[in-house]
Design a protein around this ligand. Structure first.
Ligand code: ATP
Ligand code: MG
Ligand code: MG
Length: 535
């Protein structure tokens, strides 16, 4: 009953799956191993998990590997990794290819029942005929003829390879998905799992209802753009049930496909970005893949909250990235250690009277409101580095606050001919009131142990806000999407490990991608984590 509302309580929405019985619901996540998982697949995975949980049922995972041309071991391995990252709970993984022998048998039974016919109409002509509701000249083939041809197809003979098997359904149906859909197709490509054993493969349309039913799936979740195909799924399953006694019923439940602004979500298009080296791989932080977004600093919990917050809405909308990053920020802010960095370009030395002549060390909290985050070393010294931008802001004679230290009065500001600030002098004024200063500055003691950093920011890969199905996405590629700048970090940052989250005071949230390598040419590489505020 909550359908269509969206929003709603996180984790508590229950749309009331049809015929759902507590403890008996079985859902499934069926990725095709033709790429890594993207955020749209993550929605499918997490929704299926959610329904399995709220009905105390089970989630099945099945690799839908019916097209040898697109599938690879690499994809299988990485999808498994991605499912682990998403925290999916499932006992075993099955493969549609495990059921090939049964499906060949099923094909034979359906041929004998007169439901399938072998057709060698060329692909283009078949498409035309389907468009115009023209029946194939092979539609009248007898079951004996089709059976013989099915053997030829399986043997991979020249004649056989020209054929496919089609359902004799209704070439005049208004719903084109019902115009004699293809059930089996020949393909002589090496299959990632079964090698060259098979030359005939069931289509998704044939395999999906059968394997769903055989595995005991009670509720098959599908994205709503396949609504047209629902009638086909039920009709095919019905034919299969007639010749395969005991095959149970499956309910389809549709939900909205996830789209994001400035993003393409399709394995085919994402493969193109990888293959043309426009990104550094499937796990590039600019990619909307599970590996990309988590490498960029998204937390699984934020993703889950975001997806469940969309509720059962069936509206296909384009989501704003800001929305998901805002949820993420709320989760990481209370637990992120705070650190300090100064941009290397144009950094300004402030010489302070009344401050220690050699580094004076103290220990302070990494997070002022959360002691559990731990403590860090603070070094105070009479020479501190400031950002050029802050050097530009300060006025001679102004009292400023040096964060985590105290106030200082700026005495002189030296500038070069180009207006760059080249140096500052000042006097420490620890008795000063930080509430009365205009500027709270981040600073770093000028010690040799400062950690070289590369700060990396990213832009969207695509320049168009809402990419449509028939847009030529290759024309919409953003030419520059990676921005690197050098900085110096506080001495504590030498201990950052890959995947550590942090906040650089006054700069934003970051995730450590490469830890510091111990020398100037091996800086720590930090990726900026969006915080939901559009820049
Ligand atoms: P793609 O074109 O991106 O490869 P697909 O549907 O062909 O998508 P599958 O591996 O078959 O990829 O998808 C696995 C599951 O994820 C399916 O149930 C599919 O409906 C679902 N899914 C795919 N893309 C999205 C999306 N953008 N939003 C929600 N669910 C999706
Ligand atoms: Mg698919
Ligand atoms: Mg696809």
């Amino acid at each position: 009953t909550a359908a269509g509302k969206g929003g709603g309580d996180v984790g508590s929405f229950d749309v009331g799956l049809p015929d759902a019985q507590m403890g008996k619901v079985v859902t499934r996540f069926p990725p095709e191993p033709s790429g890594y998982l993207h955020i749209g697949h993550a929605k499918a995975a997490l929704l299926n998990q959610h329904f399995a949980n709220i009905y105390q049922g089970r989630l099945l995972v099945r690799f839908d590997d019916t097209n040898p041309t697109k599938e690879k071991d690499e994809y299988v391995e990485n999808i498994i990794k991605d499912m682990q990252t998403l925290g999916l709970q499932y006992k075993t993984i099955t493969y549609t290819s495990d059921y090939f022998p049964q499906m060949l048998d099923l094909g034979e039974r359906l041929i004998k029942a007169g439901v399938l016919y072998a057709d060698d109409t060329p692909v283009d002509q078949m498409r035309e005929e389907r468009m115009h509701g023209i029946e194939s000249k092979r539609r009248g083939r007898s079951p004996e003829e089709t059976l013989a041809m099915f053997k030829e197809m399986q043997a991979g003979s020249e004649e056989g390879l020209k054929n496919c098997l089609r359902f004799k359904l209704d070439m005049q149906a208004g719903n084109k998905a019902l115009r004699d859909p293809v059930a089996f197709r020949c393909n002589v490509t090496h299959h990632w799992r079964t090698g060259h054993t098979y030359k005939v493969y069931p289509t998704y349309d044939f395999a999906c209802p059968f394997v769903d039913a055989l595995e005991g799936v009670t509720h098959a979740l599908r994205t709503s753009e396949y609504k047209d195909r629902e009638a086909q799924y039920y009709w095919i399953l019905e034919q299969q049930q007639k010749v395969w006694p005991g095959l149970p019923k499956v309910h389809i439940w549709d939900y909205s496909r996830l789209n994001f602004v400035y993003t393409v979500l399709s394995k085919r298009k994402l493969t193109w970005f990888v293959q043309t080296n426009r990104v550094d791989g499937w796990d590039d932080p600019r990619m909307p893949t599970v590996q990309g977004i988590f490498r960029r600093g998204l937390q699984v919990e934020a993703l889950r909250e975001f997806i469940l917050s969309q509720g059962a809405s069936k509206n296909v909308t384009y989501q704003e990235w800001d929305k998901i990053w805002t949820i993420n920020k709320k989760l990481i802010d209370p637990v992120c250690p705070r650190h300090t960095a100064v941009a290397a370009a144009g950094k300004v030395l402030l010489t302070l009277e009344g401050a220690p002549a050699s580094p004076e060390s103290s220990t302070i909290a990494k997070h002022k409101k959360n002691a559990a985050v731990g403590s860090k070393t603070l070094l105070k010294l009479g020479r501190v580095w400031l950002d050029q931008a802050d050097g530009q802001e300060v006025q001679e004679g102004e009292e400023v606050t040096l964060m985590d230290w105290g106030n200082a009065i700026i005495k002189s500001v030296s500038k070069g001919p180009d207006g760059q600030v080249t140096g500052l002098t000042g006097t420490l004024n620890l008795a000063g009131d930080f509430k009365k200063t205009r500027l709270k500055l981040t600073w770093l003691a000028d010690v040799s142990e400062l950690v070289p950093l590369t700060l990396t920011d990213f832009d969207y890969l695509i320049t168009k806000k809402k990419v449509e199905e028939d847009d030529d996405f290759e024309q919409l590629v953003n030419p520059t999407t990676k921005f690197e700048s050098a900085a110096l970090g506080d001495v504590n940052m030498a201990a950052l490990k890959k995947g550590d989250l942090l906040q650089l005071e006054r700069k934003g949230y970051f995730i450590c991608d490469v830890p510091y390598g111990g020398s100037a040419d091996k800086p720590a590489v930090l990726f900026s984590i969006p915080d939901g505020r559009t820049k």
